[in-house]
Design a protein around this ligand. Structure first.
Ligand code: E4P
Length: 221
């Protein structure tokens, strides 16, 4: 599964990118609004930091406006993927942008039927929001499973991007299901590597090593 970070924070992105396992970035207007600086410049800087798909979202709500914004965003850098909300106008815009060869990430997907239409319109990614469904007592991961099952029957050139992942087990479940991509905040990404037994195990190895060296030195000396 490809790992994307869901953040527009350059410090977080730089710190994670050096690990060599971050494949792309998703941003949204809320994430960009949290950062200081020009959103377009931030997007370009992210593109220079991570050489993979970088989603930048349109804020127009009519198809024509979305297409104009999408063209502009795509012109900023070759890595930009245009993020478009899954509404009627978004579907129209996706068809046009995909027809021009631009990659579209159809976002705010909360049902399998939305994902099916997004794929048919030519979206390169569909983003089902797992955490936001969990927030309203609905099994978010079941949506990811449904979309994967539907896409398995067809030949869509569309990747399932599990979004709104809120913890490490969301990431593991998405990977077990075979989601193409999982996008997560930097804090969730950091938690993927952590295990107390790894830390205590390493400490014991190093302590034993030091003790053995001290014993050997005492024998030789
Ligand atoms: C995905 O592209 C969205 O930016 C994101 O995953 C939303 O996550 P949230 O529901 O935690 O805000």
């Amino acid at each position: 599964m490809k790992i994307f970070l869901d953040t527009a924070n350059l410090k977080e992105i730089r710190e994670a990118a050096v690990l060599g396992v971050v494949d792309g970035i998703t941003t949204n207007p809320s994430l960009l609004a949290r950062e200081s600086g020009d959103p377009e410049q931030i997007l370009v800087e992210i593109c220079k930091t991570v050489d993979g798909p970088i989603s930048g979202e349109v804020v127009a709500t009519d198809a024509e406006g979305m297409v104009q914004e999408g063209r502009h965003l795509a012109s900023l850098h070759k890595n930009i993927v245009v993020k478009v909300p899954c509404i009627t106008e978004g579907l129209k815009a996706t068809k046009v942008l995909a027809g021009e060869g631009k990659r579209v990430n159809m976002t705010l997907i909360f049902s399998p039927s939305q994902a099916l239409l997004a794929a048919k319109a030519g979206a390169r990614y569909v983003s089902p929001f797992v955490g936001r469904l969990d927030d309203i007592s609905t099994e978010g991961m079941a949506l990811v499973a449904d979309i994967i099952e539907i896409f398995d029957h067809y030949d869509f050139d569309c990747e399932v991007l599990a979004a709104s992942l809120r913890g490490p087990m969301h990431v593991v479940e998405a990977a077990k299901m075979g989601a193409d991509v999982g996008t997560m905040p930097a804090s969730v990404f950091a938690s993927l590597l952590k295990h107390p037994l790894t830390d205590s195990g390493l400490k014991r190895f190093l302590d034993d090593w030091e003790k053995a060296k001290a014993l050997l030195a005492a024998k030789v000396g």
